[in-house]
Design a protein around this ligand. Structure first.
Ligand code: UT7
Length: 339
């Protein structure tokens, strides 16, 4: 390793996931709002989503997934980490950040720890930030967690968002390594477009519209579903193409796409446009719904456990979310055992 960190890669060496035990099925949801299993399945591909109980906050899920990722990493040869990043849209509090609490509860001492807000692209941005800390020589090992209790910010009357979003967390441990070894995060493509910031919002509670709120206050998550759908397909496709061009794999295409589980129709539209067979597009949205920043690591865990991911497979990660934000990254899957 050189002192400036130049040329160092960030290598995935541990993976852990967690969903709260309670799964809200479409049938149960249709007793709470005006919807149906048929509508939700045909428009989104979702069959159920996990919902945290009232005593469980985002940090609780983050600690569970983070602890499992650390265990998985220790089985693969590395133990402690020296930085923690928590990507989340639903922090425990507006202040302070959730990551220092998570680091303390995991017994990680006084390591640097910060939250990252990029909504559904948060985990990908977190991987890039973790890789940057490693490349700069600031950290040797970084715990990157995506964790959400999205159910806390949904309007109980909004059948559209309640059909989609669920709670969960997933985490990876990154270690310093070589760019050509399995698990090394390949090129990243990241982007944002704040001119679309009104398409996905939680309006009240920030400096523009602080609490205590006036009559126009809206504490809930809002999404312009149709506009987001179009942007998600376009941005994930473009970002994926750029990163695949830069990766330069023989044949040009990945063995498996692990995309943010936004909507099954979005996943298939992206796969079709980049020329990947739909069967090579990993899907777990039927079981967990859209878990925002937790989506990609949860999907990686399920893909590994199901055998869809195995050592040596070439993987494309891509995500899109509020901001607007988007991104993509490639890696060759390492020989790890998720916990
Ligand atoms: O994770 C980050 C980014 N998020 C996404 O990528 C999500 C992107 N958007 C979507 O997935 C879809 O736009 C939704 C699933 C949110 C909505 O699906 P859609 O096919 O775009 O439906 P729509 O909003 O155009 O609504 C069509 C109809 C409306 O009824 P009318 O006005 O035609 O009578 C809605 O009220 O479907 C109705 N509807 C529902 N009906 C039954 C909306 N939600 C539901 C529901 N059950 N849960």
């Amino acid at each position: 390793m050189n002192a400036t960190g130049a040329g160092r890669a960030a290598v995935v060496c541990g993976l852990g996931t967690c969903v709260p035990p309670y799964a809200l099925t479409n049938e149960e949801l249709s007793k709470l709002v005006d919807t149906s299993d048929a509508w939700i399945r045909s428009r989104t591909g979702i069959g159920q989503r996990h919902i945290a109980d009232a005593s469980t906050a985002t940090s609780d899920l983050a600690v569970e997934a983070g602890g499992r990722a650390l265990k998985s990493a220790s089985e693969n040869g590395s133990s402690a980490v020296d930085a923690v990043i928590v990507a989340t849209t639903t922090p425990d509090h507006p202040c302070p950040a959730t990551a220092p609490l998570v680091a303390a509860r995991l017994g990680l001492g006084t390591v640097p720890a910060f939250d990252l807000a990029a909504v559904c692209t948060g985990f990908l941005y977190g991987l890039a930030a973790g890789a940057g800390l490693i490349a700069a020589g600031t950290a040797e090992r970084v715990l990157v967690i995506g964790a959400e209790t999205f159910s806390r910010i949904l309007d109980p009357e909004d059948r559209s968002s309640r059909a989609i979003f669920g709670d969960g967390a997933g985490a990876v441990v990154l270690r310093a390594g070589e760019p050509d070894e399995p698990g090394a995060l390949g090129p990243f493509d990241l982007g944002s477009d704040g001119s679309g910031s009104d398409l996905i919002t939680v309006r009240t509670g920030g400096s523009r519209d602080p609490y205590p709120a006036g009559d126009a206050a809206d504490p809930y998550f809002r999404m312009n579903g149709k506009a987001v759908f179009r942007n998600a397909v376009e941005r994930m496709t473009e970002s994926s193409r750029r990163v695949l061009d830069r990766t330069g794999w023989t044949g040009g295409l990945p063995d498996l796409v692990v995309a943010h589980q936004a909507n099954l129709r979005i996943l298939y539209a992206v796969a079709d446009r980049i020329g990947v067979d739909r069967a090579d597009c990993f899907v777990n949205i039927d079981r967990v719904g859209n878990t925002a920043a937790a989506s990609i690591p949860l999907a990686l865990g399920d893909a590994d456990r199901s055998g869809a991911l195995s050592a040596g497979r070439r993987v494309l990660l891509t995500a899109f979310g509020g901001g607007l934000t988007w991104g993509a990254c490639t890696l060759t899957w390492p020989d790890i055992r998720p916990a």
